[in-house]
Design a protein around this ligand. Structure first.
Ligand code: NDP
Length: 465
């Protein structure tokens, strides 16, 4: 594909988006998750692009799919045996039109450039929806914290930050956690940044409470995802009270999704990790959740141990040969996918719909394949796409940044109230935008168009940069 592009030909918005999608595929080969994320957004933009020729003239689609900067670096470290290990580190600085780059760091063996580009691209739109001044970015490493000692994780984090610190800063790029990066990792990363730069700033979010963290940040993604579900149900005059809920994953997002579901009188019945899933028909109550938090956050054990403690629960190991996930075939009212991308395929979506699921609120990023998403929309399931439903995490990171700038800390109640109001505002924005552009109830279109408009207008205002 030539680096010199011809002006887009043809008038139909679909021609234009197809043309740019093909360009994205040609320029970024072997990055299927990135292509999927771009396609999902482009499919929503058609009706809006027809009304706004200025975006096409300014080549906003070409610009918005090209990261402002991609950093890729070597991360060497010593394991406990004194052997040299080498991982790869990344930071994608995707778009800074409305604020400093903001987005998590993922440490997982599956991490590669394409996955991080999909996540960074999604993040741009999500952050735009939060109502806060946050640009979009994402980063991480193919380092696997599982089975590593605390000292190994610390040495890795220090080596990773030794390079990353050149590129980030409280007004430039503010990373946070994601899969495999929780409070422990943020602590080690922050310590090394402070040591190298000799400054105590809000350069990371998800910090400990004693050193600049915000109350409610650990809870925010899960709580926010449930607040978003509440708003979706409200639009059909329904509530979460008594609803049986499937939750996947058992990490940060899953744990606080379960906690908020319990606050609101719902009955969560499942959790999982990459090895398998548990089903507890009696419901995962507060005591059982406390056990899971201790198991996952301190003992760093496997979800299978749940059935050792709570004998009536059932465990099913992950079967990669199966064409569907056992967890999504359990009868329930609502589903909260909170583990990872593409964890709900078309067969899973069919099972969920067949079993009467009325609502899907996405805690994980892009957990549903394109086919699954279409099936939910066609079946009129209340469907909260990730970039709207899980935006509470980054929104509360934005609140952490605000508190750091003021050198003040808000109370738990104040942060939770702000988070709740933000989730209500995001739902309203998606809902109204979907209606305005002719697809009422389609929150995928609502989220993509509303997220896009704010970024695109800021890019127009700032000239060709
Ligand atoms: P955690 O690392 O705390 O937990 C991730 C959970 O998902 C673990 O139970 C993990 O199991 C499971 N998991 C990870 N990869 C896979 C896989 N390939 N197959 C099956 N299970 C898997 O991460 P978070 O809870 O922070 O993140 C979960 C999702 O939420 C991700 O998609 C993330 O991008 C998204 N998200 C997170 C936000 C946050 O604030 N933390 C904000 C917005 C979105 P195992 O232990 O076996 O790996």
């Amino acid at each position: 594909m030539s680096a010199v592009m011809e002006p887009p030909k043809g008038n139909a918005a679909a021609d234009y988006t197809n043309q740019i999608l093909n360009l994205v595929k040609a320029k970024n080969p072997a990055e299927p998750e990135f292509h999927q994320a771009v396609l999902e957004v482009f499919e929503s933009l058609g009706p809006m692009l027809g009304r706004h020729p200025e975006y096409r003239e300014a080549r906003i689609l070409e610009r918005i799919t090209e990261p402002e900067r991609v950093l890729m670096f070597r991360v060497p470290w010593f394991d406990d045996k004194g052997t040299v290990q080498v991982n790869r580190g990344f930071r994608i600085e995707m778009n800074s039109a409305i604020g400093p780059y903001k987005g998590g760091l993922r440490f997982h063996p599956s991490v590669n450039l394409g996955i991080l580009k999909f996540l960074a691209f999604e993040q741009v739109f999500k952050n735009s929806l939060t109502t806060l001044p946050l640009g979009g970015g994402k980063g991480g490493s193919d380092f696997d914290p599982k089975g590593k000692s605390d000292n190994e994780v610390m040495r890795f984090c220090q080596s990773f930050m030794t390079e990353l610190q050149r590129h980030i800063g409280p007004d430039t790029d503010v990373p946070a956690g994601d899969i495999g990066v929780g409070g422990r990792e943020i602590g080690f990363l922050f310590g090394q940044y402070k040591r190298l730069r000799n400054e105590f700033t809000g350069v990371l979010t998800g910090k400990g409470l004693a050193w600049g963290g915000s109350l409610i940040r650990p809870e925010a993604t899960g709580y926010g995802c449930v607040y978003f579900a509440q708003e979706m149900l409200k639009s059909r005059k329904d509530t979460l009270e008594g609803k049986v809920c499937l939750v996947s994953g058992s990490g940060n997002v899953s744990q606080y999704t379960v906690e908020k579901l319990l606050h609101l009188g719902a009955k969560p019945v499942t959790l999982s990790d990459s090895d398998g899933a548990i089903y507890d028909a009696d419901g995962i109550d507060r005591d059982k959740l406390a056990f899971v938090m201790e198991l996952k956050n301190n003992r760093r054990g496997r979800i299978q141990d749940y059935t050792g403690k709570f004998k009536k629960a059932i465990y099913s190991a992950t079967d990669k040969k199966l064409d569907h996930n056992w967890l999504w075939n359990i009868k329930a009212d609502c589903a909260f996918p909170s583990a990872t991308q593409n964890e709900i395929n078309a067969k899973d979506a069919a099972n969920l719909i067949k079993n009467g699921v009325k609502l899907v609120s996405e805690g994980a990023n892009m957990p549903s394949t394109m086919e699954a998403t279409k099936m939910f929309l066609d079946a009129k399931v209340l469907y909260g796409p990730a970039k709207a439903a899980n935006a509470g995490g980054v929104a509360t990171s934005g609140l952490e940044m605000a508190q750091n700038s003021m050198r003040l800390s808000w109370t738990r109640q104040e942060v939770d109230d702000r988070l709740h109001k933000i989730m209500i505002a995001i739902h309203q924005n998606c809902y109204e935008t979907a209606e305005k552009y002719g697809t009422p109830g389609n929150l995928v279109n609502g989220a993509n168009i509303a997220g896009f408009l704010k970024i695109a207008n800021a890019m127009l205002d700032q000239g060709l940069v």
